[in-house]
Structures are given as C-alpha cells and as structure tokens.
Design a binder for this molecule. Sequence first.
Ligand SMILES: Cc1ncc(COP(=O)(O)O)c(C=O)c1O
Length: 377
Amino acid sequence: MNQHPNHMMKALIEREQNGLLRKLKNSFPPIDFCSNDYLGFAKLGLLSKKVQESSEAGPKSLGSTGSRLISGNSHFIEDAEKQIALFHHAQSALIFNSGYDANIGLLSSVAQKTDLILYDEFVHASIYDGIRLSQATHYKFSHNDLHSLEELIGRHQKNFDSIYVIVESVFALDGDSAPLIELAEICNPGKNIFLIVDEAHAIGVFGKQGRGLCNALGIEANCFARIYTYGKAMGCHGAAIVGSEILTKYLINFARSFMYTTALPEHCIDAILHAYQLLIETDQKDALQNNIAYFYSRSGNLKHCVKTQSAIHSMKIGSNEQLDHCERALAEKNIHIRCIKSPVVKHGTERLRFSIHSFNTRSEIDALVEVLNGFKF
Ligand SMILES: Cc1ncc(COP(=O)(O)O)c(C=O)c1O
C-alpha cells in the first residue's frame, strides 16, 4: 500500500542532500525571538483568560457547520465584521479563515485578464499564490523601489483596464516598511490604479491602539483593500479584508477561498473580538516598542542588520552553512530564532530573522545581542 510516484522520493532526497529538507519540530529553545506573538496575547495567556471568561457567560459554538454562504453565517460574525470595519475606518470588512485564504481569495478574484498586478519582489507567498491564481498579467518591481514601480506603470498602463499595486506595510521578510505615503500618491483610483496593503505584521504594532501602519500614516482611505491577519500580534487565527461595501459584496460572490470552505466557528470570532479589546485595554504595544528601542540601544555595533521599527528584524549571514552554525550557537544559549535560507532568498543574502516581543526580558535581549555580536563572517 505504501506506494508513491517516483518524483516524490527524488525531490525529498534532493532536498536532504542540499540540507534543505524541512521537518516539523515540536520543541524549541525556550527564549522566544521567533514567534509572531509580538504582544504576548497567546503566550501570556491574556487572550485565553478573556475567552474563558466570556465562555462562562455562554458557550460559543465549536463548529460553524458550513460555508458562510450555506449554513455557517450568523449575526455574531456579521456584528464582528461591523466592529472590525469601524475599528479600521473602512466601510466594510469580511472575515477569512486565514491570511493565506484572504490573499489568494482577494487577488485571484479581483484582478481580471485585462488587468495588471504590480507587486513588490519581497511579498509573502500567499500574495504571490493569489497573483498566480488570477488571470491578470503580473510583474514584480524591485523592493521598495518607487522608480521601478513608476517605470512599469508608465510602460504598461495604456495596455490594461486596471492596475493593482500590492505591498506589505511591514514586510514579513525583514520587517522594513513599504513607502506607503508615496504609494498612496502614485495609486489613483480615478486613473484605475488601486493600492492593496497587507498589514499582517503591522496590526497591533503601529497606529492608534494598534490599528496598523496605514492608520499611523493617515492613508487608510487611499487603499482599495487592506488585509489584517489575526495569527500574528493578535495571538489568535483568521484574517479580514477591509474596504468598500462593493468589495465585500464582490468577495462574497467571487472569492473562492471564502465561498468554498467551512466558516470559522464562533469561538474563533470571539477570540478575534477579544484580541481587539486587548489592543485597547493593555499596554503591550508600548512594552514592545520599549523592547525594540532597548534592542537598538544595545546593538549599535551589529553589522548587516536591517534596522526597523517593527517587531521583525534580520541579519544577513551569507550562506546556509553559516546559518546552521548561527542557529546552533543561539540554541546553545536557549535562543529560538528563524533562519531564512536560499533558495527562499537569493544565495549570499541568507538571513537570521528574529522577532522582538513585549514579553522578552532585558536579559534575554542582552543575551541575543551578545551572541549576534560574536558572529564574524
Ligand atoms: C505578510 C503576510 N501575509 C499573509 C500571511 C498569511 O497569514 P496567515 O498565517 O493568517 O495565513 C502571512 C503569514 O505568514 C504574512 O506574513
């Protein structure tokens, strides 16, 4: 019975030989500079406490029983979406089961054969997969390079009905930010150029009460669509696309990753609402910013480090072998960090990626800086 096509074994052996075989791990060094739980909502138990308290008032369903279009919809989810739209200063919001689902649903359904998608070369795989699922022509522009983007717009605009420009407000790879103010000027719906911003790593970290970077920069109204995910700083699961009422109506009708999947159950929606409440009630965002400032006050000498104000930071190391060495050295000091290897990034730009959290202690940050300072390549 254990039969499989030949290519599977071959592909796995090739990965193993190149030192690139991925394996699931179930235990990690205890000092967390890796997870996306930037505000500690999951790790500190803040969210589970809230959810537990609310379930005492009445249990939330554990199974939604079907897609939103069949039997999985409820007033509870619709009210949650209204609150999300209000919080993010949008006309409307639509919840998806994950950020991956949101991105593939949005891009694959909105962009048509006669449209053009221009995307930053560093966008997340979920955006890229959505682009590939669409019928639109697509080109990447150099990372955060407005000249590269404007050159593409100038060259191609006359050949397409609409252009969609897509970026991350905080890039998942290095934690740096897109030039959103300039992008908001370049993208003009009157000229059929629409801006889409993935705020996965900005919600909870930037803006008033963690509303995100578009909020902090005052460009929420310039975006055609914004994507907020709940598996990072919000400490739970799911995502929402916010925009116009027409956009929501369109996605309900054409986004296949919304239409053809069982809806999130009420207890997940409840957790999302409590996470928003925690953004308002707790000072974890300030604790995170204090820790980021402390990290930079201690890491002045670090070379090859991408400086950012977000929770994500990275340090270019230069080869997969050196990365393995760094990972071991960090693990010896109980530090959990992520390695981004080639071919995920270009050879020579392999990096250590680490996230700073509200709950990291100063001595943990000192230990991280000390190990990073010891790397001489
Ligand atoms: C920028 C960005 N967008 C979307 C996603 C996908 O979100 P989710 O984990 O909720 O599927 C991620 C997750 O890694 C991400 O980094």
